[in-house]
Design a binder for this molecule. Structure first.
Ligand code: NAP
Ligand code: ZN
Length: 347
């Protein structure tokens, strides 16, 4: 297949910093669109992938899955977008479209395997997919989201992963009025979870290991903040309907299982690269559930964009230039970001 070369930021190995690369983008298929990328968020998953934390990273890798931009070209048969429209791309750029999960709008559970926007096999191109740390991207319009013209684009980019990843389980587990929800970890995902769970009407308590974030948790709308490294504060926690665990490194989940009410659920979205241990009594006693959730489907991603537009929710971001990506990665590794880095691709 014909390709065009595009400038992108990626790396050849986990030890090397990201640098300017040239990557192929496929020629437009009939239902494809090309996005001229304006902003791309930096998720901890980008860092895990670049460092090969989970195994399976193929180099060169170009990360980035919180992508917003303008449509610059459209395929001959696609009718969803016009040149000049604002649009966005998250983690999913293709799936089988036929299995029960695709039919239900849960493309992230596609039985044939969905195509991740980077570090995956592009069945049309016959090579790897490359992510949003780049000038432009081509994808099937069915997997491209609409962005409202009124959106603060840079601060909305994180909705494409952080937003949907917390919205989907909060909705699935019924966060809303009368529900007590714990948010564990106050990084990119965690700070979005505070805003979204509050907008859903839930009571929200944040658990952080960083004392300096406690005042910020309240500013972002949390009803209370707990220092999770303080055993006295942790012992006092009870009656949670659901806890959403966004922590990126190994940690003790038993502390949180103990704070659930009978039939409560601890839902993992964080992806540490080591197993987490569960004390059997901590789930048996109280019929508790330890569950997980993976991003969300395409329709639900559009839903979270629209929900956040209605509730005027965006991420708290630090806007950087492409030249700052490596500094941002090392700061993210230390948990030093308030609360999402977003790359201004044109800067
Ligand atoms: P992030 O911005 O780095 O936030 C992670 C937070 O976890 C930190 O801010 C910190 O919060 C807490 N933390 C970090 N190390 C810790 C430790 N050793 N012990 C206890 N707490 C610690 O990362 P993110 O972008 O929000 O992503 C969070 C995780 O979700 C990553 O593993 C990422 O790969 C994963 N993820 C999963 C999905 C999915 O679909 N399931 C989607 C996106 C991301 P405090 O300072 O408040 O303690
Ligand atoms: Zn992500």
């Amino acid at each position: 297949m014909q390709t065009t070369l595009t400038q992108a930021y990626g790396t050849d190995s986990p030890e090397h910093p990201l640098r300017l690369l040239e990557i192929p983008r496929r020629a437009l298929l009939p239902n494809d669109v090309e996005l001229d990328i304006l902003y791309c968020g930096i998720c901890h998953s980008d860092l895990h992938a670049v460092k090969n934390d989970w195994g399976g990273t193929r180099y060169p890798v170009v990360p980035g899955h919180e992508i917003v931009g303008r449509i610059s070209r459209v395929g001959a048969a696609q009718t969803k977008f016009q040149v000049g429209d604002l649009a966005a791309i998250g983690c999913i750029v293709d799936s089988c479209r036929e299995c029960t999960h695709c039919a239900a709008g849960d493309e992230q559970f596609c039985e044939a395997g969905w195509t991740v926007v980077f570090n995956a096999y592009d069945k049309h191109l016959g090579t790897r997919t490359y992510g949003g740390f780049s000038e432009r991207i081509v994808a099937d319009a069915d997997y491209v989201l609409r962005m409202p013209e009124t959106a603060d684009l840079a601060a909305s980019a994180p909705l494409l992963c952080a937003g949907i990843t917390v919205y989907s389980p909060l909705k699935h587990w019924g966060a809303g009025p009368g529900k007590k929800i714990g948010i564990i970890g106050m990084g990119g995902l965690g700070h979005m979870a505070i805003k979204i769970a509050k907008a859903m009407g839930a009571q929200v308590v944040v658990f952080t290991t960083t004392p300096a974030k406690m005042a910020d948790a309240r500013r972002l709308g949390a009803d209370a903040a707990v220092l999770s490294t303080d055993p006295e504060q942790m012992k006092a926690q009870r009656g949670f309907d659901m806890m959403l665990d966004t922590v990126s490194a190994k940690h003790d989940v038993n502390l949180y299982l103990n704070a659930l009410r009978v039939d409560g659920s601890l839902v993992l979205v964080g992806l540490p690269n080591q197993p987490l241990e569960i004390g059997p009594f901590n789930v048996v006693n109280g019929r508790k559930r330890f569950a997980g959730s993976n991003i969300g489907g395409i329709a639900e991603t559009q839903e979270v964009i629209d929900f956040c537009a209605r509730h005027q929710i965006t991420a708290d971001i630090e806007l950087i230039t492409p030249a700052d990506i490596n500094v941002a990665f090392s700061r993210l590794e230390k948990g030093d970001v308030k609360y999402r880095f977003v790359i201004d691709i044109k800067a």
